[in-house]
Design a protein around this ligand. Structure first.
Ligand code: CA
Length: 219
């Protein structure tokens, strides 16, 4: 999952970024509206985390503009404003969820996962791929009866493919899901992770479509 974080507070921004990173979520962090607009125009994000109180244009204005362009991106507002009117304005402007600062990291991640599920049209939290079961809520993968240990990036890669089962994702698309700005990506990094996943989950699960990319068959 790749997320755009719009937050002007240095402390909150850096701790959010670090926390999400640990969950294998790639985060691009901007601090004001213009930078948010440029980022949204460039990268295919899975989710937007949006602070309301920002230096130039407010988060609410960013959101209204986004929905005005009919961009169907899941949005969670994160803000210290706890007045009911602000919350209602945020939801009316097209936010999908709302968290009042300070919040617990685990709650944020759980809500992000729930939103991803909703947007993917899945109501069950587990994903079944033959003998492989992915449980995003527990960040757990099992093969048959055995739990499989994956690194954060291996897990993120598996999830990216599983969420789009049936579709072929190119190496560039997978890199975009796994890495935020300024993170070094080796030329064969994706291949290395794919190799590791095949070793742990069986060679059948992820198929290489020559010259196009990788795919997991729709269950
Ligand atoms: Ca703020």
């Amino acid at each position: 999952m790749r997320v755009l974080l719009v937050e002007d507070d240095e402390m909150i921004g850096s701790s959010l970024k670090a926390g999400l990173r640990q969950d294998g979520i790639a985060v691009d962090w901007v601090k004001e509206a213009d930078a948010a607009d440029s980022a949204l125009a460039l990268a295919p994000y899975d989710l937007l985390l949006l602070d309301l109180g920002l230096p130039k244009r407010s988060g609410l204005e960013i959101l209204r503009a986004l929905r005005g362009r009919r961009l169907d991106l899941p949005v969670i507002i994160i803000t210290a404003r706890d007045a009911v009117a602000d919350r209602v304005a945020g939801l009316d402007a097209g936010a999908d969820d709302y968290l009042i600062k300070p919040f617990d990291m685990t709650e944020l991640v759980a809500r992000m996962r729930a939103l991803q599920r909703r947007f993917a049209g899945r109501s069950a939290s587990q994903m079944h791929l033959g003998e492989i079961v992915i449980d995003p809520a527990l960040r757990k993968v099992t093969r048959g009866d055995a739990e499989v240990t994956l690194s954060a990036r291996e897990y993120a890669l598996l999830l990216a493919l599983a969420e789009r089962a049936g579709a072929v994702l190119s190496r560039a698309q997978l890199e975009e899901k796994l890495y935020g700005w300024g993170e070094e990506v080796g030329s064969n990094t994706i291949e290395v992770y794919i190799h590791a996943l095949r070793k742990k989950l069986g060679s059948e699960l992820i198929r290489n479509v020559r010259g196009v990319g990788y795919t997991i068959a729709k269950p």
